[in-house]
Design a protein around this ligand. Structure first.
Ligand code: AHR
Length: 498
């Protein structure tokens, strides 16, 4: 098998917005309690945050973290999570059927985010609540002082406003499972009026309206068109969510799913632009892919959980090597649409469908999916180049003409670097890869990182945390201004050039 890629320094898709390497922490399972926060843990800092977890998060250089949900936010009273700890109530958490102790709330999370050196994408409850709770929370967080809620924040020990710039208008409001689920018209009206009021409180904020919960929702893309019709001039982004899984044990088809992600993104862009044309507006709505990942391993175990526990192990997918390939291709899909996808959140960050796992009172370890996320965040900043690819293809259950080669490249002009990310989807053969470099005359290979494994089901676990790790023995070289490399069957590759 042979595949070719052509790059030209002058043919660009767009600037990478660093926020596409965002992530997500929900009050769900052990994401917060025994995940980022465990006051009794040997590595806990003075605020109860685990420093061992923090260290792995910092390596990922996560620019923004969505909080506090997710489905959780649609039943959340933010007031429960602020003020003296002893006054905070235990609540029935209806989305995940647990008990929420409210030990961590808005202020504690902002402390954690500051330590993690990340911004926060805050979601408001448009499920069981509405405009009033949203504007009060925004006033509490962002208003400097002299008003009821800003003074309350000061009383709670936070003199300076948190200045949270990005806000989600609810979560997955198209989903019948959502607390306070709404029709597109009901949600569109509420989102519009909430947006207007929130921007009166703080005109500097940016707002994300809920798009569809996934591509196969029966209401997609009518939902987007209707919601945008109501909200177009008052919001800045529309959200996309998508999770993949290999439930049918069909690897060919599983590896092709990122083609569906490309299609999803392009359909949402088309819908945004249709509403733009209809309204004759100059404004462009961009995309926030604020939940994406692989999620299916834990589905059965979660059905057996006893309800009303505090921080039980929920959604604890243990990822395989093949999942890491899919995550790598999802990252490439985001990059290929860098001109319109401005934010994205790997859902989630710790313990809950996450790259980082903890043991209560014990170790922290990295899942297989940690690595493509790390590589993309580290080396995928700059400008995405328009790549012309020719590759042999295959047909799978749901997709035709899937190229064996999936690849994208990012040029970093500041550091004079070029990175090619590539996956070989073939289960049978290595791929002889050749990439023509126009405008990168003196470039040479700095490093060729490879993530590969004989066993597609290989996993990292607490006992064997380094079972699946990348190596740097890839054989990429530059000859006659062309990158030449053998991409092993089923491999994730990062070819760094300078
Ligand atoms: O990330 C887990 C859940 O997936 C979120 O709470 C919800 O928004 C989505 O359905």
């Amino acid at each position: 098998n042979k595949a070719k890629m052509n790059l030209d320094k002058n043919f660009k898709v767009g600037e990478v917005d660093d926020r596409i390497y965002g992530s997500f922490i929900e009050h769900l399972g052990r994401a917060v309690y025994t995940g980022i926060y465990e006051p009794d843990h040997p590595t806990a800092d003075e605020d109860g945050f685990r420093e061992d977890v923090m260290e792995l998060i910092k390596k990922l250089d996560v620019p923004i973290v969505r909080y506090p949900g997710g489905n959780f936010v649609s039943g959340y009273n933010w007031e429960d999570g602020v003020g003296p700890l002893e006054d905070r109530p235990n609540r029935l958490e209806l989305a995940w059927r647990t008990i929420e102790t409210n030990e961590v709330g808005t202020n504690e999370f902002m402390d954690w985010a500051n330590k993690a050196d990340t911004d926060v994408m805050m979601a408001v409850n448009l499920g069981t609540r509405g405009i009033d709770a949203a504007r009060n929370l925004l006033e509490y967080c962002n208003h400097p002082g002299g008003s009821y809620y800003s003074n309350l924040r000061k009383e709670h020990g936070y003199e300076e406003p948190h200045n949270i710039k990005t806000w989600c208008l609810g979560n997955e409001m198209d989903g019948p499972w959502q607390l306070g689920h709404k029709t597109a018209d009901e949600y569109g009206r509420l989102a519009c009026e909430t947006a207007k009021v929130m921007k009166q409180v703080d005109p500097e904020i940016e707002l994300v309206a809920c798009g569809s919960s996934y591509r196969e929702m029966p209401t997609f893309a009518e939902w987007e068109a209707t919601v945008l019709d109501h909200t177009y001039e008052h919001i800045d982004y529309i959200s996309l969510h998508q999770y993949f899984g290999n439930r049918e044990e069909d690897l060919e088809n599983y590896l092709a799913q990122s083609v569906g992600m490309d299609d999803f993104i392009e359909s949402v862009i088309a819908t945004c632009d249709y509403v733009k044309a209809k309204k004759g507006s100059d404004k462009e709505i961009n995309l926030s892919f604020d939940e994406w990942n692989v999620w299916f391993h834990s589905n059965e175990a979660d059905k057996k959980l006893e309800p009303w526990q505090t921080a039980p192990p929920q959604l604890e997918d243990i990822y395989t090597f093949e999942d890491a390939l899919v995550v790598g291709m999802m990252l490439m899909s985001l990059l290929k649409h860098a001109d319109r996808v401005k934010m994205a959140c790997l859902a989630q960050l710790v313990n809950v469908i996450a790259p980082i796992m903890t043991e209560e009172g014990g170790d922290v370890w990295m899942q297989t999916i940690y690595y493509p996320y790390l590589h993309a965040s580290k080396y995928g900043r700059g400008t995405v180049l328009d790549s012309v690819i020719s590759s042999p293809t295959y047909d799978s259950e749901d997709f035709d003409e899937v190229p064996f080669l999936d690849a994208v490249s990012v040029m970093n002009e500041e550091d004079d670097e070029l990175t090619i990310f590539a996956v070989n989807r073939s289960q049978e053969e290595d791929l002889a890869f050749e990439c023509d470099l126009k405008g990168f005359e003196d470039y040479d290979v700095v490093e060729h990182i490879v993530l590969e494994n004989e066993d597609v089901k290989a996993r990292n676990t607490a006992d064997n945390p380094d079972n699946v790790t990348p190596h740097t023995n890839g054989n990429a070289t530059v000859k006659d201004n062309k990158v030449v490399a053998d991409l092993s069957k089923l491999s994730w590759n990062v070819v760094r050039l300078k």
